[in-house]
Design a protein around this ligand. Structure first.
Ligand code: ACO
Length: 431
């Protein structure tokens, strides 16, 4: 809490409001008692200007293009760390020692199998079911298989077990949504493989042929997951915290986060980017035509993978991904024409006044889809991969919210509907 106060003048009366300054000098006016003291609320559709919590997990500065998990720059983590190490950092707040990390990895492996009854759920899904729908239901169904998880107020070591179980089963569920979709037999987890290799093996091994694990692919996927691991109070994370604030169990809260991520304006954008680039390619690759469409207010088309609610200069993750994308494609010897289209589109957009004035830059999704496709992930599974990467962040945010004993989330509104009027029985209503 700062010594300084904000002053608010309402109906000739002056109110003093506390000011909170974060460790990175982020400033907030504390309005928690505003309604009680003044009768007013603040109105902020889309919460563009509302701080919902005080958090120690992720810092991002949209103007400067900075992203740090627990203080560590994303560039250093992407280069030098692993996804599970980053997951540990996000969830427990510190970098693990060697022993802590290997113990964490072992426990996750030991929890990667799925109950055979839970597996039967996959028989019930139609083959064409979207993987996000299958994943959200599978994660929520864990609360039926582990009823002790229903109480989020259990001792911390039991809550921790629910967390590790979730990290263990997530890759298995995701790989099985794919196997269901293509009608191949499910591949079980293997204890001799690391987290990412095990996932790739469950995705791509068949009874006819064991998947060849390429360290280039493992490394690229690991990096991609680190970049997605947390992004403070975005739509899906806020959903996880909001659902968790009612003391619903961890699996229900994460399942809601998966649903929130599904939309094309959030996690669904990576899928939409590839669809868009393919459309542009099939249409003859006329970049300017599509730029003009994106600028036309009468045309609903938007440049997918461009723009961000918070980053208004550049998305630091997009920079890392763009470099990783070139590296993976050249190491795998893949030529993807949509990469050329993506680069041209970026160049034209970044020089166009429409995009410059609105501070629209490529976001993390602009290039991530090209990497995912290069390593064999089908387009309709991209958003599921995003959910896979975001899981540690959701868990960390849920855990922080619980540990801080935050109140149930309950925004207010300004009512603009009809004022009181008397009910008219149906027989007396005019047609
Ligand atoms: N293409 C064309 N115009 C755009 C785009 C775009 N991708 N994004 C924003 N604009 C324009 C809007 O039309 C608006 O113009 P106006 O001021 O003339 O009306 C202005 O830029 C501001 O746009 P808003 O929608 O108000 O910005 P907001 O911060 O609410 O939205 C969002 C951010 C949702 C990411 C938006 O930029 C968008 O829809 N982008 C495309 C989808 C996408 O890539 N989503 C992934 C986000 S990253 C993630 O979730 C990991």
């Amino acid at each position: 809490m700062s010594e300084k106060k904000a002053q608010l003048i309402l109906e000739d009366q002056t109110y003093e409001l506390p000011i909170i300054v974060g460790t990175e000098n982020e400033k907030a006016i504390d309005i928690r008692n505003l309604r009680d003291e003044t009768g007013y609320i603040t109105l902020d559709s889309g919460y563009k200007n509302t701080g919902a919590t005080i958090s120690t997990i992720t810092f991002l500065d949209g103007e400067e293009g900075i992203l740090r998990y627990r203080g560590y720059p994303i560039e250093q983590l992407a280069e030098q760390s692993t996804f599970l190490e980053v997951a540990y950092l996000l969830i427990y707040g510190k970098l693990p020692t060697k022993d802590e990390l290997s113990n964490f990895e072992l426990r996750i492996k030991q929890n990667s199998l799925i109950h055979e009854d839970n597996k039967k759920f996959f028989d019930g899904f139609p083959q064409h079911a979207h993987p996000m729908g299958m994943l959200a239901s599978s994660i929520c169904s864990m609360s039926a298989f582990f009823p002790e998880s229903l109480d989020p107020n259990r001792p911390p070591e039991l809550v921790d077990h629910s967390i590790v179980r979730l990290l263990g089963k997530m890759p298995t569920f995701i790989a099985w949504t794919y196997k269901k979709r293509i009608g191949e037999p499910y591949v079980y987890p293997r204890y001799d493989l690391d987290y990412i290799s095990n996932f790739l093996n469950m995705m791509f091994s068949t009874p006819m042929e064991e998947y060849h694990i390429d360290p280039v692919v493992v490394d690229a996927l690991d990096k991609l997951m680190i970049l997605h691991a947390d992004h403070e109070q975005n739509c899906s994370t806020s959903t996880v915290r909001l659902v968790g604030s009612s003391q619903a169990n961890l699996y229900a809260a994460i399942s809601s986060g998966i649903c929130a991520l599904w939309g094309p304006l959030h996690g669904g954008a990576n899928q939409e980017v590839i669809v868009m680039l393919e459309r542009i390619k099939e249409d003859g690759g006329n970049i300017q035509k599509w730029i003009d469409k994106a600028k036309d207010k009468n045309d609903p088309f938007r440049l997918m993978g461009f723009g961000h609610r918070v980053y208004k200069n550049f998305d630091p993750r997009a920079k890392i991904i763009k470099a990783a994308c070139d590296k993976v494609l050249s190491k795998l010897g893949i030529y993807d024409p949509v990469l050329d289209i993506a680069k041209k589109l970026e160049e034209v957009a970044l020089n166009d006044p429409y995009f410059i004035e609105r501070k629209l830059y490529p976001n993390v999704d602009f290039y991530s889809g090209i990497i995912l496709r290069a390593i064999g992930i089908p387009v309709d599974k991209f958003t599921v991969m995003f959910a896979f990467g975001r899981l540690p962040g959701w868990i960390a945010q849920w855990k922080e919210m619980r540990e801080n004993r935050e109140p149930i989330g309950r925004p207010r509104q300004v009512y603009m509907g009809p004022t009181k009027r008397d009910f008219v029985p149906i027989a007396k209503r005019e047609n």
